[in-house]
Design a protein around this ligand. Structure first.
Ligand SMILES: [Fe+2]
Length: 307
């Protein structure tokens, strides 16, 4: 690749995106090196840094180099404060587990907010023996792979985005504790409306914006819209456009939330999985919705949240 790659030991993933960067200490990165890393990030969409073991403040500081933060810090963990494991049994989930289960569907962070996220830094503190990977899917490559007529058809469509809606599809209602971090995203007044084809604010490239928070495509009824989006996701999230990172404690990743979908993959939830999340804010002019469309109809009654 370019000069940018020569500074780092970069191993591209066997996919249309993503690279592992093995020889860098993120906590000690100089500004000029960060500039080159940022260019690589825009090019690859996902950078994986094994074995960093960043502290909380180090993670926040690293994320801040990508831009202002939307969410400084959140812990996604199936452990209770006393070290016990949270219940994953259907109907017994607390707000955290509802959020964790919701995150298992392909999505982009904060598309349900007035401004969607630019990206996120995510790191592993405790990981299960197997499973619990984070899956990523390249929506630029998915768009590029579509026939021209389908591209044009999708470019004419928009959808609302709502966390209350996407959680309600899983039977999860409103959060039980309005003060918890998982209340975030449920109090958006009018659901933002977004084109199904997004133009990347920095690269100018087009991608599919079809994550699980999308609902109510123009001219479709609720079920038609959901089925249409599910079919799009199913077709889009296929090799070589997908990659799942198998975590080890200390790993750090940073992804471009304007290009990639992501999800967590299942694991034996009797085993701990503790992850740290820092969310980078999007550009209000380029990552905002098209305008409010009124509250979506949610299916069941209550709600839960998502980090
Ligand atoms: Fe997410």
């Amino acid at each position: 690749m370019s000069d940018s790659s020569s500074l780092f030991a970069l191993s591209p993933l066997p996919a249309t995106f993503g690279a592992v960067v093995a020889d860098v200490r993120l906590a000690e990165l100089q500004d000029d090196a960060f500039g080159r890393l940022y260019d690589l990030w825009l090019g690859y969409g996902l950078l994986i840094f094994p074995g960093q073991h960043l502290g909380k403040e180090q993670q926040i500081a690293f994320a801040r180099r990508f831009g202002a933060l939307e969410v400084e810090f959140g812990e996604l963990s199936n452990l209770l404060p006393d070290g016990g494991v949270r219940s994953a049994s259907p109907g017994q989930e607390d707000d955290m587990m509802r959020a964790i289960k919701g995150n298992m569907g392909w999505h982009q962070d904060s598309t349900f907010m007035p401004v969607q996220a630019k990206g996120a830094v995510f790191s592993a503190i405790a990981t299960p023996d197997t499973g619990g990977e984070t899956g990523f899917a390249d929506m630029e490559a998915a768009y590029a792979a579509l026939p021209e007529a389908k591209q044009r058809m999708l470019e004419g469509l928009t959808a609302g985005h709502s966390l209350a809606y996407s959680q309600s599809r899983l039977g999860f209602g409103k959060e039980t504790d309005s003060k918890s971090m998982f209340a975030y995203g449920f109090d958006v007044g009018d659901a933002p409306r977004r084109p199904l084809v997004k133009v990347h604010p920095e690269t100018g490239r087009k991608s599919l914006a079809i994550g699980r928070h999308a609902f109510g495509i123009d001219g479709f009824d609720d079920e038609e819209s959901w089925a249409f989006l599910e079919a799009l996701r199913e077709a889009a999230c296929q090799p070589p456009r997908i990659w799942a990172h198998q975590w080890r404690p200390g790993d750090v990743v940073v992804w471009d939330n304007r290009r990639l979908l992501h999800r967590s993959q299942p694991w034996d939830m009797r085993q701990p999985r503790v992850m740290w999340h820092t969310r980078i804010a999007g550009d209000p002019h380029m990552d905002g919705g098209l305008g409010g469309i009124g509250s979506p109809s949610t299916r069941p009654q209550e709600a839960a949240g998502e980090a």
